[in-house]
Design a protein around this ligand. Structure first.
Ligand SMILES: [Zn+2]
Ligand SMILES: [Zn+2]
Length: 280
């Protein structure tokens, strides 16, 4: 019998905007989206950048199609939500999609999606989608999706604010932290606490350590901050995501090799990379 595991797949690895250039294709050109499947085939999705479009196509081809889809949104910047309108399950009756996010500064979570599908920008409005879409403004910050999945959310500094998520799932700890700016040389304590003893931490590593100081206030990190959080939280494995759309594969490979010297069990996510974590 095959060993039980939970699975993660990186459908969207880039930050800010898609980059389809051939010399960026190894580390991926779609914007942020990570799929998590539990050992029971439950589906959690972190963010819906353009990466979610091909994930949607893959879901439709599955023999045992999962109908309940839970999407945890870090925040509302385009590179984290733009894939929604092209995520095919939203048009199909029978899918039950729940979107979890922070309450927007103005208005409701549902209004974010009503605005996005306004007929000025898109032909199909929110109330004409086939799937049932549920909007859940995350409060309290610790909640259960079901008996197998507990979520803890914490906000962190980024223009407009963003949520990091820690999941206790299949008795494993998975943390997803993106679009975060730590004070220079000082990883944020509450983020380290959120990530404590993760089996896997996904943390953005958008800029190189050389470029980061030129972009103060942009709301991002380099591999140095990601490694500092992974080490301080005693996490087992670190995968960096949300790569700068301006970096070619050769540049990211150098950043990856530098990060590995400080934290050997670290890497930068690659397009459609799949990670299996054994489950007891
Ligand atoms: Zn972003
Ligand atoms: Zn952002």
């Amino acid at each position: 019998m095959r060993e039980k595991h939970l699975k993660l797949k990186f459908w969207g690895t880039r930050g800010s905007n898609p980059s389809a250039a051939p010399n960026m294709s190894t580390y991926g050109g779609e914007t942020t989206c990570v799929e998590l499947r539990t050992s029971k085939n439950e589906l959690i999705i972190f963010d819906m950048g353009t990466g979610i479009i091909r994930l949607g196509n893959a879901i439709l081809k599955e023999p045992n199609q999962v109908k309940d889809i839970h999407i945890l949104l870090s925040h509302f910047h385009w590179d984290h939500i733009i894939g929604f309108a092209s995520f095919k399950p939203v048009y199909i009756k029978g899918f039950n999609i729940t979107i979890y996010a922070q309450k927007p500064e103005n208005g409701t979570l549902k209004e974010v999606f009503e605005d996005m599908l306004n007929n000025r920008y898109w032909p199909v409005p929110l109330d004409k989608l086939g799937a049932k879409i549920n909007f859940r403004e995350v409060h309290p910050l610790l909640f259960k999706i079901n008996d197998n999945i507990t979520v803890e959310a914490r906000s962190h500094p980024h223009p407009g604010g963003a949520f990091g998520y820690r999941l206790l799932v299949d008795k494993r700890k998975i943390t997803f932290i993106t679009d975060i700016e730590h004070p220079p040389g000082e990883p944020i304590e509450s983020v380290i606490e959120l990530a404590r003893e993760s089996d896997l931490i996904i943390h953005e590593g958008h800029f190189s350590p050389e470029d980061l100081p030129k972009h103060i206030g942009w709301g991002h990190s380099s591999w140095v901050e990601a490694v500092a959080v992974a080490k301080a939280s005693k996490s087992k494995r670190l995968i960096m995501n949300h790569h700068s759309p301006d970096y070619e594969d050769t540049q990211i490979a150098i950043l990856e090799s530098d990060a590995k010297k400080e934290f050997p069990n670290s890497s930068f996510s690659r397009s459609e990379e799949t990670v299996f974590i054994p489950v007891k």
